[in-house]
Design a protein around this ligand. Structure first.
Ligand SMILES: [Zn+2]
Ligand SMILES: [Zn+2]
Length: 263
């Protein structure tokens, strides 16, 4: 499997992706907002884009579908419940559905509600696992729930699906928010030395060559995976004095999400 992370350079800081089979040159585009960059990247590699997956229905993830599909004839796949909100869907994805790209790539559909209620992540198992996580999981952060989502479901997705993936899983999110998110982690957990070190490293990174994190790294630097950290809990109790000494992880997650909304 070959992955091209495509930096759009727009003000929303979207990442688009091409996932290609190295034997056949067939490629799948994830949320190809910058359709021109996606088409040019495919052309440079000699790839043929045959499928498009939208992780969810937000405009900045689907707005490139039309021109890209017009240019390639690719099929459009998205969550089965997104038919009313994503025009032109060919295939509705259910949890566990496997999407094949050429001979060598298989992507498992994860049903990951929270940011919206019809959001999928794609999990590649071959070789090093890789997760294409749209706006559910970001580097050092989690998606918001302002536009059709629910924090309870986002917690459930993190706890029951994302947290259990192998440590070496590569994380390919839908936006580059890493520096801002690390600053939030440090606001919540000022003694997180790994987050501080990473912030120094990525603050001035070229998003065309962005750091690709792993789930193991996220568990160290992403506050939404650090629900048992004593310093996260201590800081949270300063903001919410009614919290018990040992709040359950769901409460910690929801309070962190709430603080992040206004941070
Ligand atoms: Zn979104
Ligand atoms: Zn987005």
């Amino acid at each position: 499997m070959i992955v091209e992370q495509i930096w759009t350079g727009n003000s929303w800081r979207n990442f688009n992706y091409l996932i290609a089979c190295r034997e056949t040159g067939e490629a799948l585009a994830v949320d190809p907002l910058d359709h021109e960059k996606c088409l040019n990247t495919a052309k440079d590699h000699g790839w043929e884009i045959t499928q498009v997956v939208n992780t969810h229905e937000h405009h900045d993830h689907i707005a490139g579908n039309g021109p890209l599909i017009e240019a390639t004839g690719a099929k459009l796949l998205a969550h089965q419940n997104a038919r009313d909100s994503i025009p032109g869907m060919d295939v509705g994805l259910k949890p566990g559905d496997v999407i094949k790209v050429g001979h060598t790539v298989e992507l498992e559909t994860l049903d990951t509600p929270g940011h919206t209620m019809s959001h999928v992540c794609l999990l590649a198992h071959a070789g090093t696992p890789a997760l294409f996580c749209g706006d559910t999981l970001f580097n050092a952060g989690a998606g918001n729930c302002h536009n059709g989502g629910h924090p309870n479901e986002l917690y459930h997705t993190f706890a029951t699906q994302l947290a259990g993936l192998p440590d070496e899983t590569l994380v390919y999110p839908g936006h580059d928010y890493i520096a801002n998110n690390l600053a939030f982690t440090l606001d919540r957990e000022p003694d997180n030395a790994r987050a501080e070190e990473l912030l120094d490293q990525v603050e001035d990174q070229d998003p065309d060559r962005a750091l690709v994190s792993t789930l193991a790294l996220e568990k160290e630097i992403n506050t939404f995976f650090r629900l048992h950290s004593p310093s996260v809990i201590a800081r949270l109790r300063e903001a919410f004095p009614d919290l018990p000494d040992e709040p359950d992880p769901k409460t910690v997650f929801l309070k962190l999400r709430e603080l992040r909304n206004t941070w």
